[in-house]
Design a protein around this ligand. Structure first.
Ligand SMILES: *Cc1c(COP(=O)(O)O)cnc(C)c1O
Length: 375
């Protein structure tokens, strides 16, 4: 059986979790949490990185920091995970879905401006498959209309746009360390903060609305409730799992890239024959091999291919059902303009197995079966 995903494990996780336990500091913000925060501050160039309990929670923190209020509008793609929308729905926002580009499956930057109204407060680009959205255009629109940019970079850890780390480009960026992501801590995420002015409030929101972080740094002599917040900091045992992988940051990335490149080269002739489409990486984007997908002709062909591969014990899977066609999406959002690509392209897309340690033999076997299917 070739699984679609196997969570990354590099070997030192158990040792570091034991260390976290020995530290007698298994709650949040212990040794390993601090190490991970610092690692990502250096790696991304963010002013501040705070480990969170999930990417969903990092997005919630960003929505609170952006002061999203009932009636505000937030622009995002419909082709995304539910959390992208949930975080803003939780603050009472109306979600305005904009169509995607068929080449990258990302928010179509050319359609954003027309969807802006007086109520628009934020744009939420999602870097699908670790391939960057057109951030220069998005930042320019945001600047002219005075909007927040909150990057859903759940899939974008260790990926870049014109030399800048994804997640560190907008006002806030949100990473995921769920077990399905490139680097994992079981459940977890991080909030990336670009402007120093936003750091203090972020720390308060993450600590149940208290100024406890300041207290622990010795900047005040007692802590108190100063703002709205929740509990967004993960246990240091989870951070210990992540830290082992950050020590193998490039090794994990290279292993995934090898699979990605293998698929991309091996399947090229099928794409040249016009039978399938392969992912597109725009110039200036460095991706992280979070995902390898192909596109079949249509929904029917994709379903047949999934079953065909399943017969050979290959776990190939489809992805998001567009949010605007879901019950909650209809309740909390509207699709602005025409759905030219969101539904059509999502129905064609099929993800192939990719994970740290997936062997070339397995990739080769999978490609062979795809060729057989198309014969
Ligand atoms: C995985 C993912 C999330 C959610 O991440 P969690 O850490 O599970 O909360 C959000 N958005 C996108 C695009 C994702 O891929």
């Amino acid at each position: 059986m070739i699984n679609f995903n196997i969570p990354p494990f590099v070997g030192d996780e158990t040792k570091y979790i034991a260390k976290a336990i020995q530290n007698r500091k298994i709650c949040g913000d212990g040794e390993f949490t601090k190490k991970c925060n610092l690692f990502f501050e250096e790696q991304t160039g963010s002013s501040k990185v705070l480990l969170t309990t999930s990417c969903t929670h990092a997005l919630e923190m960003a929505a609170i920091l952006a002061d999203i209020k009932p009636g505000d509008e937030v622009i995002m793609p419909s082709y995304t995970f539910v959390s992208t929308a949930d975080a803003f729905v939780g603050r009472g926002a109306k979600i305005v879905f904009v169509d995607i580009r068929p080449d990258t499956m990302n928010l179509d930057e050319k359609l954003i401006e027309a969807a802006i109204t007086k109520k628009t407060k934020a744009i939420v680009p999602v870097h699908y498959a670790g391939v960057a959205c057109e951030m220069d255009t998005i930042l320019d629109i945001a600047k002219r209309h005075n909007l927040w940019v909150i990057e859903d970079a759940a899939q974008g850890v260790n990926a870049f746009y014109k030399g800048k780390a994804l997640g560190a480009i907008g006002n806030f960026g949100c990473f995921s360390f769920h077990e399905t992501k490139n680097y994992s801590m079981g459940e977890g995420g991080a909030l990336l903060i670009r402007n120093k002015n936003d750091i203090e409030r972020a720390e308060i929101i993450r600590e149940k609305g208290t100024n406890r972080s300041k207290f622990f740094r010795g900047q005040i002599d007692k802590y108190t409730w100063v703002d709205f917040g929740s509990s967004y900091l993960p246990s240091d045992m989870n951070a210990a799992y992540l830290w082992a992988q950050l020590e193998k940051f490039d090794e994990i990335n290279n292993s995934r890239l090898r699979c990605w490149d293998y698929y991309n080269n091996a399947l090229k002739s099928l794409a040249d024959e016009g039978k399938i489409d392969l992912p597109f990486i725009p110039e200036g984007c460095i991706h992280n091999a979070h995902m390898f997908y192909i596109k079949a002709k249509n929904l029917e062909e994709r379903s047949k291919l999934i079953s065909y591969l399943k017969n050979y014990d290959i776990g190939a899977v489809f992805h998001y059902i567009p949010l605007h066609s879901s019950p909650a999406g209809q309740k909390f959002g509207i699709f602005f303009g025409e759905d030219k690509y969101t539904t059509k392209e999502s129905e064609r897309l099929l993800r192939l197995p990719i994970y740290y340690g997936l062997s070339e033999e397995d990739c080769s076997y999978i490609c062979k079966k795809i060729f057989e299917f198309y014969k």
